[in-house]
Design a protein around this ligand. Sequence first.
Ligand code: RIB
Length: 311
Amino acid sequence: MKSLLVLGSSNIDHIAQMAAFPQSGETLHGDHYHRAFGGKGANQAIAAARLGADVLMLTRVGNDIFADNTIENFRKNGIDTRYILKSPASSGVAPIFVDPESHNSIIIVKGANNLLSVEDIRAAADDIRRCKLIVLQLEIPTETVYAAVRFGADNGIPVLLNPAPAQPDLVLEKVKACEFIVPNETELSLLTDMPVDSEDDIKNAAAALRDAGVKNVIVTLGKRGALWLAQDGTEQHFPPVNVAARDTTGAGDAFIGCFATVYVKTGDIARAITAANHYAADSVTRLGTQTSYIDREAFTRIYPEFAQIGE
Ligand code: RIB
């Protein structure tokens, strides 16, 4: 039985470290460059697979030099690749700049991700029905995201939407059936059209999402931890895990991959958020996205308190 469907993007990340970001018209020298597998969907799938989840991936790659390597990367990480589709387009790419304070700046060129369609969901329907959770982000067409939310609702499969990157035209009405919406502050503000300037603002905006019908709203707050609001009145703050950050790129994806894994294995939302907070914090101590995700054995060596999770 498949435990987790990740329906989303795959990119090739082109990561340059530099002293400062270039201004318009400026050319700067970078300090270091590397190319790596990325994309929010792919990152979340890889984090989940490394932590022991059984992952089915639905994504599209292009017809270029990146396609076969991307598929092989999924395969090497134990992910079911039957629904990784090749398209007459370029693969998704993401030039990423990282400065010495570990801030990043990302350009996403969607390429083949833009071709992931409602029909692709239909073609995989029988296998998706065997999943315990559907995980979505916003680097694919919005209509495909809406269709996946409807598919989950029609088939009794919980859906987790990570509304990233923030997208102004996302219609809340069409995603409110999600079991989980997991935004950061910017995404929360855009989704609710409410300010997030203070702790109270953030709680009010999260409550607005919950009141719209979303069963669980989990706001990732970076250095300030995470906040969970649920339909049953639960309101819980999870403190941050303090580490020396080198690169925060992909930390949100590490959080989602870990949360989804622990949730499908245990059904315990609070434990899943706690583990995800630790896993995301650990990821920022290393450079890159997938390159910063450790496996279950390494994670439980650092944090033995999670050894019983998701066996
Ligand atoms: O969340 C990080 C990811 O965002 C990168 O891997 C990049 O591909 C973009 O999708």
